[in-house]
Design a binder for this molecule. Structure first.
Ligand code: ACO
Length: 402
């Protein structure tokens, strides 16, 4: 019989940390989170200042290169992203192979991975210039692919990028413009989407980012690594949580029903949880949630959606929970997902697109982390260990003797 304790003693120090709750897998200079204080910094800048004063492409530049761009750097970066928004025409035919009712995230996984086949000139990860080009290509093409996935799902023709528009205006137009009518981008909605993208751009070593790093640690091409990140993000415990929060607000339905649901959330024998509350890292108010709440109000006001029952329920639920001893003691505050579903729904996005939008925004974070890893001379292939709990040694028995 194998002595597992002895085996691990022979291999040196060994830690068992399911879910990596206390093991740092890497050093990073990109994003800082202080969950107790409710602080989120990108390259040292507080998220609320970036969301208030900056724009998404500026944030992309910051995450990728470490500093905010000056005016000419910004203009050049915007220009480069804009020049790469088109996808190969052959790719538009690729879409026809999917069922119309396919989940858009499945299309995203496939099409982003397939970029490696269309742009195989930029899969040489050892060439810094090719790494740059691949990064710009992905940031530029993600909205185009996402909008194509949406248009395909509703049976409408694809809308090509219009490059005199800013990043989010262009995306809204590609999603919502139809040939029969002239589409005018609403600047309030474009600004709100831009802010939502800033809030989702990076969040240090979350599950999808760790997936991208792990995939990239083998030297895999960047498009394949980002496709792996998209697949991970799709899970309901990660990118799918805003959908769950929206569904729950719909189930609560009216302010009068809130106490019943709060009581259920507190009942140890009931598996029900208040969706959009609590976070593995934030044990204080998620700083992104505050900005998201403000954005939700702005979007609903702009669209003339007065007295939206979902928003009314959300605001009151938040008020009640923040004064309830159960939530106070357990440090359960609204997270970013609490208000984002309401906002995206009001903007006209179907629920299936929520996680796709998250993927579009998070792409820059994935790429920045991937680049940081490739640039690190000490980086090793990711290879977690395991604590073996299976059968001890045994001899093979022929099938007739089993
Ligand atoms: N409603 C009611 N009780 C809750 C909630 C909630 N939303 N979240 C946690 N609790 C309680 C748990 O029952 C547990 O109670 P106990 O100590 O009596 O057993 C305690 O708070 C700690 O909960 P854990 O699950 O251990 O906390 P963890 O940090 O692992 O989980 C998580 C964080 C998964 C986000 C959790 O708060 C949750 O399930 N929230 C609802 C889902 C959600 O909103 N997810 C989005 C996360 S944000 C993002 O992914 C971008």
């Amino acid at each position: 019989v194998i002595d597992i304790g002895k085996l691990y003693a022979q291999t040196g120090m060994f830690t068992y940390d399911p879910g990596f709750t206390s093991t740092a897998s890497t050093e990073s200079k990109i994003t800082y989170i202080d969950g107790d204080q409710g602080v989120l910094l990108y390259r040292g800048y507080p998220i609320d200042e970036l969301a208030e004063h900056g724009d998404f492409l500026e944030t992309c530049y910051l995450l990728l290169y470490g500093d905010l761009p000056n005016a000419s750097q910004k203009a050049e970066f915007d220009y480069r992203v804009t020049r790469h928004t088109m996808v190969h025409e052959q790719m538009s035919r690729f879409f026809n192979g999917f069922r119309r009712d396919a989940h858009p995230m499945s299309i995203m996984v496939a099409c982003v991975g397939a970029l490696a086949a269309f742009y195989h000139d930029s899969i040489d990860i050892n060439d810094p210039l090719q790494r740059q080009i691949a990064s710009i290509r992905m940031i530029a093409k993600m909205p185009t692919i996402a909008a194509m996935a949406y248009k395909y799902s509703i049976g409408q023709p694809f809308v090509y990028p219009k490059n005199d528009l800013d990043y989010c205006s262009n995306f809204l137009r590609m999603c919502f413009s139809v040939p029969a009518e002239e589409y005018k981008v609403n600047p309030v909605l474009a600004r709100a989407l831009d802010r939502i993208f800033i809030l989702h751009a990076d969040h240090e070593q979350n599950a999808s980012t760790s997936t991208v790093r792990l995939a990239g640690s083998s030297g895999a091409n960047p498009f394949g690594c980002i496709a792996a990140g998209i697949a991970c993000l799709w899970g309901p415990a990660h990118g799918g949580a805003n959908e769950a929060a929206l569904k729950m607000l719909g189930e609560i339905g009216r302010v009068e029903n809130i106490p019943k649901f709060v009581a259920r959330a507190k009942d140890k024998n009931d598996p029900f949880r208040l969706m959009g509350f609590g976070h593995r890292v934030y044990k204080n108010y998620d700083p992104r949630a505050k900005i998201m709440q403000k954005t939700a109000h702005e979007v609903l006001t702009e669209l003339g959606i007065k007295d939206d029952p979902l928003l009314e329920v959300a605001v009151e639920l938040e008020r009640i929970a923040l004064h309830d001893s159960y939530f106070i003691e357990k440090k359960l505050y609204p997270n970013i997902d609490f208000y984002s579903g309401i906002t995206l729904k009001a903007m006209g996005f179907p629920v299936a697109m929520f996680t796709v939008l998250f993927a579009v925004a998070r792409t820059v974070g994935w790429i920045a982390q991937w680049k940081e890893m490739i640039d690190d001379p000490d980086q090793k292939i990711g290879r977690p260990r395991q604590l073996y709990t299976g059968s001890p040694f045994r001899d093979y028995t022929s099938i007739g003797d089993r």
